[in-house]
Each structure stands twice: as C-alpha cells, then as structure tokens.
Design a protein around this ligand. Sequence first.
Ligand code: HSE
Length: 407
Amino acid sequence: MAQIAIMGYGTVGAGVFKTLTMNEEAITRRVGEKVSVKRVLDLRDFPGDPAENILTHNFEDILNDPEISVVVETMGGLKPSYPFTKQLLEAGKSVCTSNKELVAEHGVELREIAKAHSVNYLFEASCGGGIPIIRVLNTSLTAEEIEEVTGILNGTTNYILTSMAEEEKEFDVALKEAQQKGYAELHPEADVEGWDACRKIAILSSLAYGKHIGWNGVPTEGITKVDRTDIDYAKALGCRIKLLATSRREENGIWALVAPMMIGKENPLTAVDGVMNAVMVKGNAVGTTMYYGSGAGSLPTASAVCGDVIDCVKSAGTTIRTEYSTENLTLLPVDEVPRPFFVRMKGGEKEAEAAFGPVSHVTKLPGAEGEIGFITGVMPEKEFKKCLTAAEGVISWYRRGKKEEEA
Ligand code: HSE
C-alpha cells in the first residue's frame, strides 16, 4: 500500500481525497497497490468530514512519517508551501501540486531538489485544471520544435466573460458566482488581473521551449476594463472577447503575452465557454493541436493531481525526466508583433482613418451614439501605440487574434 498525505484541505485538496476514495478500485488496479491517504494537514477542523480522523495541524507529522512517500500540496500561495515543499523533497518524498504560484516562482529550484533526491515534483494541475497539457508537452510532443502555445488558461475569467456575453450578467455578479463555484483564487485579483493566466503560460512556455521563462517578464493585462459595450461590438463583428495567454517562437526569439483579445469565430478558442479552458499547441511537424477541459473546480483539478500521485507511486525511486533547463529565457518585446487591432472611439470613419490609417469593419451600435468601432490594418504594436497616443477620443481597444492577422 502507498501512503500519501494532503496539505491543504480546501477545494482541490478535498477533491483529491474524494477522487482517491471514489475511484479506489480503478486506481488500485492501475497502480498495482492501494493509494491511501494517511494524513491531511490543515489549520482548520472538519468535524463530521471523512478526513476528520486523519487530520493534523502539525506539518512534522507528515515530514517525519517514513511511511508517507508522496505529498499533495494544495495549500496555494508561497508561504508556507515553499519551505514545506523544500523540506519534503529533501526528506525524499515526492510532491504533487496544483499551486501555479509556487511552480512559476520556485519550480526550477524545486525540480532540481527533487532530482537530487531521486523523487518527483509534479505539477500537472497547475495549468488548465483537468487538461493533461503538461504530460502532452513532456511526452507526446517531445519530437517537436514548438512554435506556439495559445490558450484560455483561467476558468474564472472565461466564466465571467461568457456570462457577460451570453447572459448579459454584470462583471461583479459573474465573479461572485465563479467564487461560489470554487473556481476563483482566494484573492480573485489574480484571476481578473491576468496574473494566474500569466503564471500558467510562463510554466507551459518553459516546458514548450525548454528554458525557464519568468512569469514576471510576461506582459499581462486582465479583464477588469472589458465593458458590456465592448462585448456588443465584438458580437456585431462576429467575434468574442477572450482572455488569451500566448507565446510564440519568431526567427529571433520568443515573445509571450496575456491580454483580452477579440477573436473571430474561425478561431476554435471562441467556442470555449464558461469554466472550460483550452490550449492550442503548434509544433513544426504535427501542426496545430488542441486540448480542452475544465480549467478549474474541485474534481477536475483533483483528477490532474491524482494522476501525478499515481505517477509518483509507480516511479518510486526515480525522477521522471523532463526537457526543461534551468537557463533563463529572455523574451522578445511584444511591441514588434504585427497584428490588426479593434478600436472603439468617438467620432466617425474620417477621424478613425486620420488617426490609424485605412480601417475596415466600421461598426455603429444602436444606443452608442457618437462613436464607432473598427479594425485597423496590420501593424506592429509599437506603431499602433503611437497612433493611439496621438488619437483623440479612443474609448477602448483590443488586439485581434492571429487568425485575422493571417487572413
Ligand atoms: N482560479 C483558477 C482559474 C483556478 O480560475 O482558472 C484554476 O487554476
């Protein structure tokens, strides 16, 4: 029997306990032995909960228990998860986590410590909830030069944008619902300001391109400025506004970006709604591939954690190899990236063309008098921003998706 512990009995930690219990038979069959939760660490008490009798408030009960070989870290944040994870790996225990903040901040170091102690630090649940995207990058696509990773990587913001577009809900109402459903971070700024998606694209891009990409080097914009009229313009243009996290290989390097973008119906990411996430990975041999599933929530995220736990049990005594060096990769500035832009501004087509050059898809919305929305020509972002600074009456603007740039 393999004995494990869970640190942090919140949405995901409780989901891990439930999944291991609910699927005990299938897991035992696949692992060849039972995977049993010996300890659950949390500051709180859970009277009446099935984990009540194995609950501890003392980390040492896990650290010093030689029978516990794998620990699930679902505490979130950096403190105390970072020192705890370090100590556990140094003590020869594998750690599986959903904690994208910790992976993005200290993942390189923790993976090195794991390697030095012949254990594993696995983090499938840190990106895209239940989507097994990290395994895809670590195993299935290892014959590829990855050219691009683009995804909807945050369930909360996708839920909010979908509710605003499809059900005409207000931002705050939709956010509250996402919190009630267990999708949002403890501090939901991490979701709505784009930081969570930023950490996830930094992790995925590091795996895809083979060098460490620091999350704080990724230009990041959230969805707090998206308003209902912007969404109406998007609809009128046959588009959707989605928070995309993207990175792409160019001839001279790699750039990455997290921002709300206006994407057309021909882009399959427009169809990804609610809490669902999707990631498109383009390889130079395979072309574009796409992965879809629940991006947040208790059981989907727990499923990814449990998959890692099973891998750790099955590969006891060895570190699973991943192609990801500790070398840092400096990103190219996104300023150079050419694309069309959507602009909403006061005035008419004459003012638009005076500020941005030839424009297309000029749209007027009933109820939004005295303003228009339009699409600019393809131009590097720095050129667009120069026009933006000189223009008067701009209300909002969005980058258009890649498909339109190619069209
Ligand atoms: N708050 C995150 C999200 C949880 O909404 O995607 C899953 O990482």
